[in-house]
Design a protein around this ligand. Sequence first.
Ligand code: ZN
Length: 285
Amino acid sequence: MTISHGQDRRHSRVASVSTYARWLLLAVAATTNYAAGCHTLNTPQTTSLPLRHERVRDQLIIHSAFDMPERHRLVEELCAQRSDLAVKLMLPTSDEPIHVYLFDKPNEFSAYMRLHYPELGPRRAFFVEGDTRLAVYAQWGDRVAEDLRHEVAHGYLHAVVPNLPLWLDEGLAEYFEVPRGTAGVNRPHVEALLAEREAGTWTPSLPRIEAIQEASQLQQRDYAEAWAWVHWMLESTPERRVELCHYLQRLRETGVAPPLSHAMSTSSPQAEQQLIAHLESLRTR
Ligand SMILES: [Zn+2]
């Protein structure tokens, strides 16, 4: 198993090849506070999945250790995200189940992770794609809404589009992790990228992040830049959104597609400058 670690990354994707299955994991790292707290944990109290309660809502099968209200606001939002994503990206929906395991105690979540995914280190949530199963694991907490929107978006995407490039997979998940009604604006990413731009420490380059094949090489800024390219394509002009949707459609139909930057060099030769202008417009919006 290839493992990714990094102090400054929130997310990591781990790819592994075993005898029986090729797994793909997309994870949200724990916050610094949580990571610090994690080191104080002693022997795991349990390593069981939270299976006491189960709710089926459309594509989602939500397993939890605690009973949730029949119509929990977060679950409603996750269900709505399915059609939001399909409409925005011009994709069909799938009926392939996405199992969501919600742990109510951080120590039980971390105990489960240490037993089954010890290479990941402290995380708040992660997504696993197996050959026959899509699953999200998360701990209930202050940021569970953001985490679940991110990880469940991976699930909805992987159910209909194979072989998503790493940068695009994460850029789309970062777009859909923000609450509904905010047009995918990930405010911390806007501020961080513009600050780096003004400090002279960052120049956007889609070919650069396209070349990153291993999650272990993705830095926090790469996630932000991946989000920026996605947001620019989806929210600047109708033509760019169609270009991205056609790219996803090609992946869906054939399983392969050349790097998106190849076509963009013709359709948007000034893409880097336009991306910066787009970020500037978001700062003042
Ligand atoms: Zn992710």
